[in-house]
Design a protein around this ligand. Structure first.
Ligand code: GLP
Length: 247
């Protein structure tokens, strides 16, 4: 039964997937930064169509195995950035992993809480909130687009402070004496919209890891609700799990 099932699966394997497997074998033996053969060369070498080769290459670029440099070629990618899922800020995590960070404040406005935001921030619908959108860079490369919602009444004057300092958690600690100590974090997949693609320097439709964080202070009061669109080709997140055994 099992053999029959796997034979069926093999016969259904699309042509581009054979090309992709061939490329994966090729990449495995090459160091990051190595130029891979062009679409045209691969088309001739593998005796297939350009569309088939292009699809295999695009998937490998989306998965972060290859990187395209416009006008130059396609190269074996550097290993992804591996970050633990923990109660740190973007700035802290990057620096703990040995990277430098910078932030572009894309939007910072006061708005009114809709039902979803009001429930998450423990406010009434229509209460004044901040909507903050930032582009997060690691070693000068755009890595994530992040939107944050916070209560305006709880954090008066937050926007001008964020124009001066790039770390939200830094501002919350220094200016308001508030520190997130607990959070619920969700991870789901998404595809880069044209705008996200443009900001992150990837193709529209590229894989994105969409993280949501709902964080709380020491008294259990909600602080922020954040959604972060991380480049799927550059990130691996690690959660450490342990079994709590009953004695
Ligand atoms: C991470 C979290 C966000 C948090 C941010 C603060 O990206 N996912 O929920 O708002 O860190 O980072 P920073 O203090 O660098 O602005």
């Amino acid at each position: 039964m099992v053999v029959v099932a796997s034979e069926r699966a093999a016969s259904r394997e699309p042509k581009y997937y054979l090309v992709k497997r061939h490329l994966l074998d090729l990449i495995a033996a090459l160091p990051p930064g190595t130029l891979v053969p062009t679409e045209r060369v691969l088309t001739v070498e593998l005796g297939t169509s350009r569309t088939t080769v292009r699809r295999a290459l695009s998937e490998l670029v989306g998965e972060g195995r290859l990187v395209r440099r416009h006008g130059s070629g396609t190269y074996v990618a550097e290993p992804k950035i591996t970050w633990p899922l923990q109660m740190t800020s973007f700035t802290e995590q990057a620096s703990a992993s040995g990277y430098s960070t910078s932030t572009r404040l894309l939007e910072a406005t006061r708005t009114r809480a809709d039902e979803g935001i009001a429930a998450r921030l423990g406010l009434r619908v229509g209460a004044s909130t901040y909507f903050i959108e930032r582009l997060r860079l690691v070693d000068d490369t755009p890595m994530a687009v992040e939107t944050s919602h916070l209560s305006a009444a709880r954090f008066p004057g937050l926007i001008p402070e964020l124009r001066k300092k790039s770390s939200l958690y830094g501002v919350l600690a220094e200016n308001y004496g508030v520190q997130p100590v607990e959070a619920e974090e969700t991870i789901e997949t998404a595809s880069a919209s044209p705008r996200e693609a443009d900001l992150l320097g990837v193709d529209t439709g590229s894989p994105i890891l969409l993280l949501g964080r709902h964080s709380f202070d020491v008294d259990g009061q909600p602080i922020e609700y954040v959604r972060s669109w991380y480049r799927g080709d550059r990130y691996t997140f690690v959660a450490r799990l342990s079994a709590h055994r009953q004695e």
